[in-house]
Unconditional design. Structure first.
Length: 103
C-alpha cells in the first residue's frame, strides 16, 4: 500500500486543489490514475510528476470544481481503478480457463 501525504503549500488553495505525494510509486500508477480522473466532469486539471528518478515518489495534482474536494476525487479514482483491475483479472482468468478447457 502506498504511503500518501499532501504537498506543503496547498493549505491556502482550498480543498478543491491539492497535490498528493505517493511514496514508492511512479509512472505506472500515475499514468493510469490520471487517465481515469481526467475523464471526470468535475475535474479542471489532473496531472502527475516523478520529481527525480533517484526519489521513489510521485506528485499527483488534482484541481476540481470549487464545490468538490480533491481528496474525494482521488478516492473515487482509486476505487474506479480497483474495479478496472478486478475486471481485467476476471477477464484474463476466464480466457485462460477457456483456453485450457479447449486443449
Amino acid at each position: 500500500m502506498p504511503i500518501l501525504a499532501e504537498l506543503a503549500g496547498d493549505e491556502n488553495s482550498g480543498e478543491h486543489s491539492r497535490t498528493f505525494v505517493f511514496e514508492d510509486e511512479g509512472h505506472t500508477l500515475g499514468n493510469v490514475l490520471k487517465s481515469i480522473i481526467c475523464k471526470y466532469p468535475d475535474v479542471n486539471f489532473c496531472g502527475y510528476t516523478v520529481p527525480h528518478p533517484a526519489e521513489n515518489k510521485m506528485h499527483f495534482r488534482i484541481q476540481a470544481a470549487r464545490n468538490v474536494r480533491a481528496i474525494d476525487i482521488l478516492k473515487r479514482g482509486l476505487e474506479d481503478l480497483e474495479r478496472v483491475c478486478d475486471h481485467t483479472i476476471e477477464t484474463f482468468e476466464g480466457a485462460v480457463a477457456a483456453h485450457q478447457h479447449s486443449n
